[in-house]
Design a protein around this ligand. Structure first.
Ligand code: NAP
Length: 303
């Protein structure tokens, strides 16, 4: 039995692993995909202390190497269930099951889709959810970014350096993301702002050819020719498999206080998948520290 199983190898989970290992707890990190989580798609992190600029990939790799060097074990399997049996917390994955005294759920969130016809079929043929992964395919081409949060703004800025034209399509006329990034975008001649509009249709012949955009105020539709559409309309917390041990709010976020505790003793949540006001890299890593510290305290109460 491990002391602590951490589900999710994003910044929150890997920071929890670092704290738990430094307290000499045995740690298993379970991860469904690759290490890094959402931050791996961020081209340039400018708001994390110490490094003025670092790519999400480099950041995640450094944290992963730090956790590994401290002795955290990583297994790349998707966790699908948690059961609490006495003082044992049993995590089932798609391949087996593992038990621990405490579990930290740091699963983050997945991409929200636009919900228009053909969206899934056109992934890899013009539709993308990751500008840093796929932007290079659209050098000197026309692309659109949908969304008004920091992800959409940063994606648009990244693509503005590569693409011929970037249409930034937002359903309101005010952005949710940082003003500083909006100001940077306004200085780019190849960025065109399309406000109060939603993407209502994808037109394709094998690959995406154009998108239909509908103005929410006038109902007018416009066709914009683009080779690529980058969808950045937010994320959905990945807690569905753990609803039996963790209370979820209406949007699916795990209910917990700042101490990362949940309704089940010995089960903690950390990072973007829990209710919180500020979802940033720095708050995710902070949650990692808090959840591990709380888990260690909890283990200390077991006989
Ligand atoms: P977000 O902040 O939730 O923004 C999602 C955006 O998509 C909103 O502008 C929303 O519009 C729009 N939207 C939602 N559903 C839509 C739909 N069906 N059709 C069209 N538009 C839709 O998501 P995010 O940008 O992915 O950011 C997630 C969190 O990560 C945020 O807290 C963000 O600050 C953080 N983040 C931080 C950094 C950084 O620190 N460098 C980088 C990236 C992300 P409304 O505004 O009208 O609701």
């Amino acid at each position: 039995m491990y002391d602590i199983i951490i589900i999710g190898a994003g910044p929150a989970g890997m920071t929890a692993a670092i704290y738990a290992r430094r307290a000499s707890k045995s740690v298993l990190v379970l991860e469904a995909k690759g290490y890094g989580g959402q931050i791996i798609n961020t081209p340039d992190i400018e708001n994390y202390p110490v490094e003025a600029h670092i790519s999400g990939f480099d950041f995640a790799t450094k944290v992963y190497e730090q956790a590994k060097a401290l002795g955290a074990e990583f297994v790349f399997e998707k966790a699908v269930d948690i059961k609490a049996e006495g003082d044992e917390r049993i995590v089932t994955t798609t391949k087996g099951s593992y038990s621990a005294k405490a579990v930290i759920i740091a699963t983050g969130s997945e991409n929200r889709k636009l919900g228009v016809d053909n969206e899934d079929e056109l992934v890899g043929r013009g539709v993308s959810y990751c500008a840093t992964c796929d932007g290079n395919f659209f050098r000197k081409k026309k692309v659109a970014v949908v969304g008004g949060g920091n992800t959409a703004l940063e994606d648009a800025l990244y693509l503005a350096d590569l693409a011929d034209t970037v249409y930034l399509i937002h359903r309101r006329d005010e952005f949710r993301g940082d003003d500083a990034t909006v100001s940077q975008l306004k200085q780019r001649e190849n960025v065109k702002f399309v406000y109060n509009s939603t993407v209502t249709k994808l037109n394709a012949e094998k690959r995406l050819k154009s998108i239909e955009v509908t103005d929410k105020n006038t109902g007018e539709t416009t066709t914009i020719e683009v080779n690529g559409l980058f969808v950045a309309v937010g994320r959905i917390p990945e807690n569905q498999n753990f609803a039996s041990v963790v209370e979820l709010d209406r949007s699916g976020y795990a209910v917990s206080g700042e101490n990362c505790r949940t309704k089940t003793a010995g089960v903690f949540v950390a990072g973007d998948n829990r209710i919180k006001d500020v979802r940033q890299l720095v708050t995710a890593t902070a949650d990692g520290a808090v959840s591990a510290t709380e888990a260690i305290k909890y283990i200390g109460t077991l006989s």
